[in-house]
Write a protein that binds this ligand. Sequence first.
Ligand code: PMV
Length: 331
Amino acid sequence: MTVTASAPGKAILFGEHAVVYGKPAIAVAVDKRARVTINEGTTDHIQLKIPELDVYASINIDNGSITQLTISGEVEENPGTFDAGIMQYIKCALFQGELDSPLDHGLDIEVELEIPIGGGLGSSAAITVATLAARARYQEQELSLENLAHIAHQVELEVQGAASPLDTTVSTHGGLVYFTPHRGAVNIKTALEIPLVVGYTSQPGNTGILVAEVRKLRQAHPTIIDPILEVMEEITNQARECITRGDQKRVGELMNINQGLLDSLGVNTLELSRLVYQARLAGAAGSKITGAGGGGSIIAYCPGKTREVLEELDSIENAFQVGISTRGVTW
Ligand code: PMV
């Protein structure tokens, strides 16, 4: 039996970091996905392939230990540096006890990725959501979208230590959403065109570390950082209104103000800053870090200037256009 599930990445337009402290955020599911295919195992292990990352591995289903393999599936005699990060999400999703039946036989799993890893585009959430969906399908279990999003968030918490449910919610449900940790996601209805370009610094950011650094800064300067988080909340709320009524100019201005505040939280880098300013010089209405920062990506909102911004950012780093995906997880 073969089953496939896929889930989209996401881009945060407003409110990252503030969302960790219960504030709202606005995010979109993007038209770049993670696709997970499960086949009945050819061994009593889980054989995992992620060709885009050159990751080939075997997971022991009794004790969870991971062995690096060659491309043809033999044990790698000279294991080199091996990025096991993304495998922790897959392993944790496969072994997650909240799904009923535990795995009792091997599986062959292939993950196809259109989303850069550590690029601030929710690759880990998309992989986790797609893995859980494929596993539920393979084991013929009913799983509601709410439950899937909830379990995926537990996986993110277990693997990365700190995470709001934003990424896993958007990856599960799709669309353009206003999100609060306590109330979940509400779709934003808009006639506004939202042409977006992502500029990727090629330096993966580490969400867990960045979230911990902002927490330390807040502990050291509570009377300064708390008002910044409150202004971020106000920006996100005003942005929701501007997107709904189609006010392009103010949406861009609010992104730029949000960027200044992210800088004040210490999550900006020289490379991110450069992309942010080059996007604006090329005509973006607004540009800012998307996701945790410290590396990763920026997002530029470019009505009427997509080609110019894309060309400019691509001449510096990797850049690509992203569309909004109304499709969340499919399986
Ligand atoms: O970098 P990403 O895509 O993992 O986004 C992180 C967003 C934060 O608000 C910084 C953390 C979170 O869990 O919401």
